[in-house]
Design a protein around this ligand. Structure first.
Ligand code: AMP
Ligand code: MG
Length: 401
């Protein structure tokens, strides 16, 4: 299969994915999910006229002074027993219903109390210190559209409405396994030709950060029958498969031929660095990403292709990270033939973004991603002098660093 440009690679991936079918999820599971229904306020909030301050319930137009204090203070959660009539007042606390007869609340701070009598200096308007019925939310009001991303405030609103669950696009379940005869679990002491599997843990963390649910399927040795069985087992349990390694040109690189055998291959080489061997297929209609084995290549291709795909499956309409135009703080040598995504740290100074790469950019050097908050998209070609304006994809918050 021919090598294609990154943009074409994404178009081929995008053509194969769509938001997962909506499902009901309980309140504690909703953070970050995308609503698949419109939410309409079923009730008024507040449902009763409530005090916004601690103080005294009065009749605004009552000119009597001082006012006689009725007993039975109204505290939040209590139905008020007092009936306020001209010449009287009743204590009321924030959030409590306004006692019958009263139409305003005088703040404690503005009152003077002597024995059974309350006096206040300022005139008061009807409605002062009172939250009207439905003033926060009116019954029938549309409050969240389908497509809204649920954060703390949205989840709070659902709870206020008595809605204990909502219909959302579920988080994609993403099966992950690493391939390679050389790999051992991180807790193991590697033998003379072995290394520890770092990709699976890095990718599971990246999946979680992207809003997916990772499911680990361990390490697969470079054996066709074993890997074939694992691909099928993983896809039974998940919406998406992500593997690392085994997509280069080596004799033990089996993922590419296996995906081609089991499903439909959509791309198998991308003109970019790192990440040239990126492979994408669908098996039984499910997206399968064969990421390269080098630790930086797997994370960079995850960022550029898997993350937006997972966001699409989760129902997000915003798939992409923000991009800024930044100036290089130092000369940079891009790849002569492939678009290069160099890891960098960008900072903003006097309205200008500046980019500094994170040192040696070898695709095995995970340290090149440490402290990076951006990927610089560098067009293939000649060296770029300091000051050149390039595109920086913000993969982290600038204030992170
Ligand atoms: P491959 O794509 O399988 O040829 O692997 C490319 C390079 O990445 C080799 O040096 C592998 O040893 C290394 N590698 C592959 N998988 C992993 C992994 N899960 N964790 C760390 N390094 C890996
Ligand atoms: Mg390998």
């Amino acid at each position: 299969m021919a090598m294609i440009e990154p943009q074409e690679a994404w178009q081929r991936i995008e053509a194969q994915i769509a938001p997962l079918a909506p499902q009901e999820r309980a309140l504690p599971e909703l953070l970050g999910c995308v609503l698949a229904q419109e939410i309409v306020a079923a009730e008024n909030v507040p449902p009763f006229p409530a005090a916004t301050v601690d103080g005294w319930a009065v009749i605004a137009d009552d000119d009597n002074t001082p006012l006689r204090i009725l007993t039975n203070p109204g505290t939040a959660g209590q139905v008020p027993a007092a009936q306020v009539v001209p010449g009287t007042t009743a204590p009321v606390m924030t959030g409590a219903p306004i006692p019958h007869g009263a139409d305003a609340v005088v703040m404690v701070e503005e009152s003077e109390v002597k024995e059974n009598w309350m006096r206040f200096s300022r005139r008061i308007e009807p409605g002062a210190g009172v939250r009207r019925v439905g003033s926060d939310l009116a019954a029938g009001q549309a409050i969240l559209p389908a497509g809204a991303v649920l954060g703390p405030a949205e989840i709070g609103l659902l709870a206020t409405m008595g809605q204990t669950s909502a219909t959302v696009h579920p988080r994609p379940r993403v099966a992950v396994f690493s391939t390679g005869d050389e790999l051992v679990e991180p807790e193991k002491e590697p033998g003379p030709s072995q290394i520890r599997d770092s990709n699976r843990y890095a990718l599971m963390a990246a999946i979680r950060q992207a809003g997916g649910e990772p499911v680990s399927f361990g390490i697969a040795p470079d054996d066709a029958d074993g890997q074939r069985a694992l691909i099928l087992r993983a896809l039974e349990a998940a919406d998406v498969l992500v593997t690392s390694g085994g997509v280069s040109m080596g004799t033990r690189d089996l993922i590419l031929p296996l995906l081609a055998e089991l499903g439909t291959l959509h791309l198998a080489r991308v003109r970019q660095k790192p990440g040239k061997p990126l492979t994408f297929a669908t098996v039984a209609g499910k997206p399968c990403f064969g990421l390269p084995g080098n630790p930086v290549s797997s994370l960079v291709t995850f960022e550029l292709y898997v993350r937006p795909a997972l966001r699409c499956l989760a129902g997000h309409s915003l798939l992409w990270r923000p991009e800024v135009a930044a100036r290089l703080l130092h000369p940079v040598q891009p790849d002569p033939l492939r678009i290069e995504f160099q890891r960098a740290r960008v900072t903003q100074k006097d309205g200008t973004w500046w980019a500094q790469t994170t040192g040696a950019q070898a695709s095995s050097r995970l340290l090149s991603m440490i402290g990076a908050n951006a990927l610089l998209r560098l067009p293939a070609g000649d060296p770029l002098p300091a000051g050149t304006i390039i595109t920086a994809i913000l993969v982290g918050q600038p204030e992170d660093h």
